[in-house]
Design a protein around this ligand. Structure first.
Ligand code: URA
Length: 241
C-alpha cells in the first residue's frame, strides 16, 4: 500500500495533507525519513512512524456501544441523532455501521463495525445468533406466555417466529413483570411484537447480549462505547465461522 494512502486511511489527514507531512519529513519508514509520497509499505512488516509515534495499521474496527434511548441505529439521518453521532471523529473515520438495529427507545448492546462480512454472518438467520433482551412488561407474564414463546408466536403480519426462551425475572406487586427473552432472529420490533401477540406491552427494552458479546455496564456505561479487544473480536469471528 502507498504510504500516503495508509496514513490518510488511518486518519492522519487528507491525501493532500499527508503528502505535505511526508515532504516536511514527519514520516519515517523503518527508521528512515520517507522522501517519496508514493513509497510502498508492507503493512504486515514495515514500521511506519508519524512524528515519532508508530502508526498502527488496521482495516477493520469493532466497537461495542451501550446505546442510550433517543438515538437511532442508522449511519445518517437529517432529523434524528444516530449512533454514529456518538462516536469520536477519529473512530467515525473508519465508517463503521451498526450491526442490526435497536429501536430509538431501546437501550443496550450494539456492535458497530466496518467489517461487512462479519456483520453479514452475525445477521444472517441461518446462523441463529442468539440475542438476549431484558424487558419490563405492563402485565404479569404467565407460564402460558413462556410456553407460547417456546413454540414460536404469530406476529401481527402472520409471521411465525422461531422459538424464544422467555424467563420471568420477577412478577411485581404493581402487576408488571421483568423478563429476559432470548431470540435468534431480528425482525422489525420483534420483541415488542412477540409480547403484543400475547396481549402485552413492552414498556422498557434493553439488549444484554449478542452471541458471545455481553454488555458490561462497568466497561461500557450507558451512552458510551469502547473498542473490542483482539480476544473479543476473535471470539466473535469464531462464533459465526
Ligand atoms: N425487538 C424490539 O422490539 N425492539 C428492538 O429494538 C430490538 C428487538
Amino acid at each position: 500500500m502507498r504510504i500516503d494512502r495508509l496514513l490518510s486511511n488511518m486518519g492522519y489527514g487528507t491525501r493532500k495533507e499527508v503528502k505535505a507531512y511526508i515532504k516536511q519529513g514527519s514520516v519515517r519508514l523503518n527508521g528512515e525519513v520517507v522522501k517519496k509520497v508514493g513509497e510502498h509499505v508492507d503493512v504486515d512488516r514495515d514500521v511506519v512512524t508519524f512524528l515519532g509515534e508508530e502508526v498502527v495499521y488496521k482495516e477493520f474496527v469493532y466497537y461495542v456501544m451501550h446505546k442510550p434511548q433517543g438515538v437511532i441505529s442508522a449511519t445518517e439521518d437529517y432529523v434524528e441523532h444516530t449512533v454514529i453521532d456518538l462516536l469520536e471523529d477519529e473512530d467515525r473515520h473508519f465508517e463503521p455501521f451498526p450491526v442490526g438495529r435497536l429501536d430509538k427507545d431501546t437501550e443496550g448492546l450494539l456492535l458497530l463495525t466496518n467489517d461487512g462480512q462479519l456483520a453479514h454472518r452475525l445477521l444472517t438467520p441461518k446462523n441463529n445468533v442468539p440475542k438476549t433482551y431484558f424487558a419490563a412488561i405492563d402485565q404479569h407474564v404467565t407460564d402460558e406466555d413462556v410456553a407460547a414463546f417456546a413454540q414460536g408466536v404469530v406476529l401481527d403480519d402472520g409471521y411465525e417466529t422461531k422459538p424464544g426462551e422467555l424467563v420471568v425475572v420477577s412478577n411485581e406487586e404493581d402487576g408488571t413483570s421483568r423478563i429476559e427473552l432470548t431470540i435468534t432472529e431480528g425482525k422489525f420490533h420483534q420483541v415488542k411484537r412477540m409480547f403484543q401477540s400475547v396481549g402485552k406491552e413492552v414498556t422498557y427494552l434493553k439488549r444484554l447480549s449478542m452471541g458471545p458479546l455481553v454488555l458490561d455496564d462497568v466497561l461500557t456505561p450507558l451512552g458510551t462505547y469502547r473498542e473490542l479487544s483482539d480476544d473479543e473480536v476473535n471470539a466473535l469471528i469464531a462464533y459465526v465461522s
